[in-house]
Design a protein around this ligand. Structure first.
Ligand SMILES: C[S@@+](CC[C@H](N)C(=O)[O-])C[C@H]1O[C@@H](n2cnc3c(N)ncnc32)[C@H](O)[C@@H]1O
Length: 281
């Protein structure tokens, strides 16, 4: 079963290993945006751009030649048994890892944060890079471990107009017990998990400074609360990465981030055309 968030490639991992990227992309092209779930039938037909007709494969050497960060994505997916995979998620997590490496190697020291870890896929990637760079701080991970919180008005998507039951299913899909995440990340002594609804436990790190923050909470209110808490505590040049910017399924993320950019005017803000965004303080 694939997650609602990703345009999942409906092929088994065994099949994937045998396939080249060409076949994977062709399969993606033939895959309706959100597969089999009931809500998907309501999605409008895909346009040419959505079907990736314009992809120039010669530009994808990072994926064909398996860049170390792409290899890290696959190792982390395997170690955390992350059940969602897509080309676009690979692009977002590649950028996440690239930015994390930059912060670890160039920024003044500060702690690392992730808000929204699910099974720990991105946290595993961040932790591996932190180990590589001899990170001496703490990596704080905040999650309900019970899935998504309540939707705000900003989170209502016209395109993915879910009914009450579908909203509940979506929320629960992202629930993963804290013990599993701790076990998945047990090789990294600097990891600390905080179970609770954002922002309830942020006060426990109020005296810290942060060099790298990954916000992957999907919804307007917790994303907004996270930015308001962490932005003023970032080191100069600190980086905040947003996974959900531009997602049609989670429109509240863009609303929250755009509002925050207006308020804080960071030095730099970048929207990835394939989803996700980041800012430099
Ligand atoms: C999309 S998943 C995160 C994916 C993860 N970064 C990965 O690498 O697979 C969203 C996460 O946010 C958490 N979450 C959503 N709303 C929350 C809230 N208000 N407070 C705490 N956690 C929340 C969910 O439990 C879930 O683990």
């Amino acid at each position: 079963m694939k997650g609602p968030k990703e345009a999942a490639l409906r092929v088994s991992s065994q099949e994937k290993k045998k396939m080249g990227l060409k076949e994977l992309l062709l399969r993606l092209k033939e895959t309706p945006l959100f597969g089999k779930r009931p809500s998907e039938t309501k999605a409008p037909a895909l346009t040419g751009v959505e079907q990736l007709d314009l992809i120039d494969r010669s530009q994808l050497s990072i994926f064909f030649e398996k860049d170390p960060l792409v290899a890290l994505y696959e190792v982390a997916m395997d170690r955390t048994q992350a059940p969602a995979d897509s080309f676009f998620k690979r692009c977002r997590f590649f950028s996440l890892a690239e930015l994390c490496e930059f912060a670890l190697s160039k920024n003044e020291p500060g702690d690392i944060v992730e808000c929204g870890c699910w099974r720990g896929h991105s946290a595993y990637m961040i932790s591996t890079l932190a180990s590589k760079y001899g990170f001496r701080g703490a990596f704080h991970i905040f999650d309900s471990f019970e899935g998504l919180s309540e939707l705000s008005e900003e989170d209502r998507s016209q395109r993915f107009n879910l009914n009450t039951q579908e909203v509940a299913e979506q929320a629960k899909w992202f629930a993963c017990p804290e013990d599993i995440v701790k076990a998945n990340l047990s090789g990294f002594p600097f990891v600390k998990t905080y179970k609770g609804w954002v922002p309830d436990r942020f006060a426990e790190v109020a005296d810290k400074r942060f060099s790298f923050v990954h916000i992957d909470l999907d919804l307007y209110k917790p994303i907004m609360d996270s930015i308001h808490f962490f932005y003023p505590r970032m080191v100069k040049g600190g980086i905040i990465v947003f996974d959900d910017y531009g997602s049609a399924r989670f429109p509240g993320a863009k609303v929250a981030i755009d509002e925050a950019i207006n308020k804080y005017s960071p030095t730099f803000f970048f929207r990835h055309p394939t989803g996700g965004a980041f800012l430099i303080v």
